[in-house]
Design a protein around this ligand. Sequence first.
Ligand SMILES: CC(=O)SCCNC(=O)CCNC(=O)[C@H](O)C(C)(C)COP(=O)(O)OP(=O)(O)OC[C@H]1O[C@@H](n2cnc3c(N)ncnc32)[C@H](O)[C@@H]1OP(=O)(O)O
Ligand SMILES: CC(=O)C(=O)O
Length: 537
Amino acid sequence: MSQSNRVYLFDTTLRDGAQTQGVDFTVADKAAIARELDRLGIDYIEGGWPGANPTDDRFFADPPEFQNAKFVAFGMTRRAGRSAANDPGLASILQTKARNVCMVGKTWDFHVDVALEVDRDEYLEMITDSLAYAKTRMDETMFDAEHFFDGYKANPDYAMACLAAAEKAGARWLVLCDTNGGTLPHEVERIVGEVVKKIPGDRIGIHTHNDTENAVANTLAAVRAGARQVQGTINGLGERCGNANMIALIPNLVLKMGFDTGLKDGAMQRLTHLSRLLDDRLNMPTNRSAAYVGTRAFAHKGGLHVSAVEKDPKTYEHVDPEVVGNQRIIVVSDQAGRSNIMARFRQIGLEVDPKNPGVARLLEIVKERESEGYAYDGADASFELLARHQLQTVPDYFSLQSFRVLAERRVNARGQTVALSEATVKLDVAGRRAMEVGEGNGPVNALDAALRKALVPVYPELEDMRLVDFKVRILDSAGGTAATTRVMIESADAKGRRWSTIGVSPNIVDASYNALYDAITYKLFRDGATPAEKVVA
Ligand SMILES: CC(=O)SCCNC(=O)CCNC(=O)[C@H](O)C(C)(C)COP(=O)(O)OP(=O)(O)OC[C@H]1O[C@@H](n2cnc3c(N)ncnc32)[C@H](O)[C@@H]1OP(=O)(O)O
Ligand SMILES: CC(=O)C(=O)O
């Protein structure tokens, strides 16, 4: 029997994704994510479980208007001892604005015996009753066959009888779930292959969990065997180790396997944006190594790689980063060769003859400094300043004479413990000696405040510069308090630019000053500030 090339995408970020430890969607989060999924052209968006919590109730009472997707409510089969029409849980999922329902039900005899504690035949009736009742009220009904693979291995006849009960009740999709996530790809492919001999693949879906790091592989194996609906979540959110990651599934299905997923034109180029939108909404750090969309997914560090990528990116890229809305990054570090340096120059708009002896010298300096504790691959602005210092000139916008920082911890009059810091800087700027004091909740904050006080009157460009991230790493713990400290600072400004700088010193405040110095210098350089014109008589 020939198989359709169309694979239907079912997103469960807002339901199974909400079961991720540490994830707590608001109604506004759900609406924003659902709108973006709909814009891509995802076939089904499962919004949550109406009746389970007030957030889902509010979301289902007033969902966004969908242009493309079918909006799906999730729930479970009726309770034992109640008719479907009399089951409050079923009533909640069937009375919302969603016109489609996905109902989870058992298929593993062990679960029916132990978790539900009902007679196995009675449970088959519970499946049929619930789905048949739902069918009278909804456009489309689906059955999430919980623990299908474990159930099929333990008692294939019973697992298949559960599917048959749902099929008999008119379920459009029978979704085989690897609920505990312990099944491996070869088992999934075999079992789905056996199922589709009895039930056509265009009625079969797959829902996997990532407990053996195989959720995506298992989903693809199921599709190879004939399943035609895939369930997944953005960035692989989901109960325990998560679900199959939709962000990886989509390009794998389309680019590698040639399936039609019905996505809108340009949808694939929005995947990187979608992945980061979710992280931003949840205030979660992005997974830099995420396949396709991570910032490292197309970051080339090894000198041999960069040299070849410069000739043709296909030498070290399995797809063009732009196809998924990502971008190529050339990293400069102690793993670099001349090619990395020349590529970075091009990215920052620095025209340098590759034969310029400064290039080789710069490479040596980078490698020496990295051995002392610098890490330029995460400090793009410090690298650019270093390169410009070597090959051109960067103005000395100011010259520090000294700084002193005091850190204090005391109990105030209200009995509260407070930590305060005070910094004094003495520096020469625009031909004058300036001395300023700054206060802050920590030494770096105080130093930053003192530097700004001294510099902003001369360089108003610094007014909108903010310190957005500050990371400290002790590099040689064997050295105890004398260990080298590496400080990385990320700064931003009102133009939406972000840049990272690095400082290294045995002293944490001194290392921070070095990183701050680069951050300020970079901002002034980028803004084209000219110290000479600012000399105050
Ligand atoms: C595999 C999955 O991920 S399925 C989705 C799981 N997601 C969630 O559970 C999140 C939302 N859940 C909830 O908010 C709550 O669990 C609710 C509102 C659904 C139910 O809450 P409660 O009524 O307090 O029940 P509780 O969660 O403690 O236990 C589940 C009950 O449902 C029964 N049950 C479990 N699955 C099914 C099923 N498919 N059909 C019928 N009954 C079921 C259990 O046997 C248990 O019954 P018991 O209370 O008689 O022991
Ligand atoms: C339905 C579901 O989320 C599961 O079985 O994993």
